[in-house]
Design a protein around this ligand. Structure first.
Ligand code: MOS
Length: 742
């Protein structure tokens, strides 16, 4: 069957001034998202989710559902046939969170777990059939209640004798912080469309990592890798929920194989709360010991992450703690408290976001206790090297972020006593935090082609999660070739293309820089060789080593000489195109052979306005200064940080997935009850980028910046809330009830 999307179709700017080359496709509706895919003869799948969170299926009856008009099949654990268990690797390639195959048996471990899949010739018929499946359960007790700090802990990082240093410290704080479960709510729902041709399957997916998706689905479906093709041209974001495949993908592919027809499934919003990951609840104890002068002596970070019953994801709250501040002694330890919930997963800034809420809150509390300005306290404890690994930082400009942020925010005017700052009868609160996030790379391969018609095409199997990967690639090729951006097309989102990086961990752009550079330079070299090999007018008699690309023109080394366009050189030689391929290898960071500690840094400053007489709290101003190396696309970069800060404020004030205690169902599994930031809640966000290219990471010096903006942001908000109200909120989200204690 012919794909509805031409795999070779690439995205190209309609106009050189578009900030996003794919923008016009999106605003005109021409961009096809996975749920837009309609194939001839396509069937619709709708799952039935378990109404219990723990126990087993006693019996099922599907006859009524199967007899309904338009219904093609109803699958359960009795008849789905083999979907293989995936051997999940640690890391990003070859990984999925929920490794139990869907409909594997009658065991139930979380509410909403798929127990049946109805397939029909319309979505409505499939929905009605799924509801008509009769299931009787044997329900066991569901454990969804709050985490307890009793589980056995594993030491993640340790130096010195943190216990005795803490015991003998002149000043100590010891506090417990809680962050709730949170649900990713990208606008675009998760979806799969599966279509088979013989024993080959094409999957239209909502995936942040197509290369990994293919690896996993080939295993689950029992196919050689080359028999699986995965396509995803556009994503309506994912925030980590689309980083790894979820069970619906194999389920839909299996149904399509059995029925010999394309099958589509789009999750509804409520399924997004249990079937495709969430940020798990955390419980964190921070103990910091310091000299009276404000020099840290000891740092303990103990955390418990909510986990699911069968999976291994743990919210790695301590990932930044070992290197953010200087301390002679430190101990970071983690544990998992398993509950009857769907598999948790990465959510924007995984680990670091809850972790730095706790760490940065504790830093603020200790600064308050020491009566030292919180910015000065951080500056005092700036490390010279990564003390956890004894390696230098590739680049670290946290001090500069803090100083620039203070200036931009006007921090000098702050008076330290809570409630002491007033504005028009209201109370102001000023708080701040520091932040750090990984700056790493995945493997990447890129092809650049230069054509005789004066256009270029760059391609890789990465995907644009919405952050601007199409535009970033076009800009890089434009810069290297001198071709205007509207002559460059970008092909992404298809496993038929050279394998590219996952759009996760803020690494896609940083991963692609080196490969795009190499591929494009090789293609340019092929043009120059062509010019030398066919050197009649205007280059008569010149040798290859004398050719250069200068401002987009092929020219001789002496700048006054003749020149020709790439198009002219190729046309004269009768060549349609030249091709260059480039590769760059992963830099995975800590614990490996890497000689540097490579991270992005930042500082957040937040102003809240508090009106106690009407219990009204608003975040009214936010300043973020970010050290993310060289910024490739300033407009897209600012947009990333603004979006991340909005999410961070939402984490502080609103976001929380609540589970119903008996049935274990997410209670607020819709966009009305799961409260998120709206434009009306969002303050002006002032973003400044420092410009310190980190060429240890890649040739342009571009570090990751998708996630750094949310890390630490919630702690800046709660620090500001304390400064306004005198109430220290250690359990997110901040509620009016907390503040009424003031
Ligand atoms: Mo991000 S949580 O790595 O998609």
């Amino acid at each position: 069957m012919k794909s509805v999307l031409d795999s070779q179709k690439a995205v190209k700017a309609l106009h050189p001034d578009h900030p996003r080359i794919e923008g016009p496709l999106k605003v005109t509706g021409a961009a096809k998202y996975t749920s837009d895919i309609v194939l001839p003869g396509m069937l619709y799948a709708v799952p039935l989710g378990s109404s219990i969170a723990s126990g087993s299926i006693d019996s099922m009856r599907t006859e009524k559902a199967e007899a309904m008009t338009g219904v093609k099949a109803v699958y359960t654990h009795y008849n789905i046939g083999p979907i293989f268990r995936v051997v999940s690797a640690k890391g990003v390639m070859g990984h999925m969170e929920e490794t139990r195959p869907p409909l594997a048996d009658n065991r139930i471990t979380y509410y909403g777990q798929y127990v049946a899949l109805a397939v029909a010739d319309s979505f409505e018929a499939a929905t009605a059939a799924a509801r008509a499946v009769e299931v009787s359960y044997k329900a066991g007790p569901a454990q969804v209640a709050q985490l307890s700090p009793t589980a056995a802990a594993k030491v993640k990082s340790e130096r010195g004798d943190a216990d005795s240093s803490f015991a003998s410290a002149e000043v100590r704080i010891d506090h417990v912080y809680r962050t709730p479960a949170q649900t990713h709510n990208p606008m675009e729902l998760h979806a799969t469309v599966a279509v088979w041709e013989g024993d080959r399957v094409t999957l239209y997916e909502t995936s942040q990592g197509l290369v990994n998706h293919r690896l996993i689905l080939a295993q689950a479906l029992g196919l050689p890798l080359e028999n699986v093709r995965v396509i995803c041209h556009f994503l309506g974001s994912g925030f980590g929920s689309k980083l790894f495949p979820w069970t619906h993908s194999a389920l839909v592919a299996s149904a399509a194989r059995k029925l010999g027809a394309p099958v589509k499934m789009v999750l509804d919003r409520s399924m997004m709360f249990h079937a495709v990951g969430h940020r798990p609840e955390t419980l964190q104890r921070l103990r910091i010991g310091s000299r009276k002068s404000g020099v840290i002596q000891s740092l303990h970070h103990d955390y418990v992450s909510q986990g699911s019953l069968l999976d291994e994801y743990i919210e790695d709250c301590g990932r930044v703690t070992p290197f953010l501040y200087s301390t002679p002694s430190l101990k970071v330890a983690a544990s998992l408290d398993r509950k009857n919930v769907g598999a948790p997963t990465t959510m924007r800034g995984p680990g670091a976001v809850p972790g730095e809420f706790a760490l940065e809150s504790a830093m603020d509390e200790l600064a308050t206790q020491l009566n030292i300005d919180p910015v000065a306290f951080r500056l005092k404890n700036e490390p010279a090297i990564d003390e956890s690994r004894n390696v230098p930082f590739s680049s670290r400009h946290l001090k500069e972020c803090l100083n620039a942020g203070m200036k931009r925010f006007g921090w000098e005017a702050r008076t330290s006593v809570p409630g002491s700052m007033k504005q028009d009868g209201a109370t102001l609160g000023w708080g701040m935090s520091a932040c750090a996030w990984d700056a790493l790379r995945f493997d990447a391969e890129v092809t650049t082609e230069l054509f005789a018609d004066g256009t270029a095409r760059v391609s890789t199997c990465s995907q644009d999660i919405g952050t601007g990967t199409y535009t970033a690639l076009a800009r890089m090729v434009s810069e290297l070739t001198g071709l205007p951006i509207d002559r460059i097309s970008v092909a992404l989102g298809d496993t038929d293309l050279p394998p590219g990086p996952t759009s996760g961990g803020s690494r896609a752009t940083a991963s692609l820089v080196g490969a795009v550079g190499e591929a494009t330079r090789k293609a340019i070299a092929a043009v120059l060789e062509t010019a030398a090999a066919n050197n009649d007018e205007p280059f008569k008699g010149a040798t290859a080593d004398r050719f250069r690309l200068r401002e987009g023109k092929v020219a001789m080394d002496d700048s006054s000489g003749p020149s020709a366009t790439i198009a002219e050189v190729l046309s004269r030689a009768g060549i349609h195109k030249v091709t260059g391929s480039g590769k760059s290898a992963a830099i995975q960071g800590a614990g490996e052979k890497e000689k540097h500690s490579i991270h992005s840094y930042g500082a957040h400053f937040c102003e809240v306005r508090w009106q106690p007489e009407i219990a009204r709290l608003r975040v009214q101003r936010f300043v973020s200064v970010i050290d993310a190396g060289r910024i490739i696309n300033p407009v897209a970069a600012q947009n990333q940080i603004e979006g991340a800060v909005v999410m961070g404020i939402g984490m502080a004030l609103f976001e929380e997935t609540r589970y119903e205690a008996k049935k274990g169902a997410p209670l607020n599994s819709n966009l009305a009850d799961y409260i998120m930031m709206t434009n009306a809640d969002s303050p002006p966000i002032d973003v400044e980028f420092l410009d310190y290219p980190d060429t240890i990471l890649n040739e342009l010096g571009a570090k990751g910046l998708g996630e750094i903006g949310i890390v630490g942001a919630a702690a800046a908000v709660t620090a500001a809330v304390y400064h306004a109200t005198g109430v220290r909120v250690r359990e997110l989200p901040v509620r009016i009830e907390h503040l009424l204690r003031a």
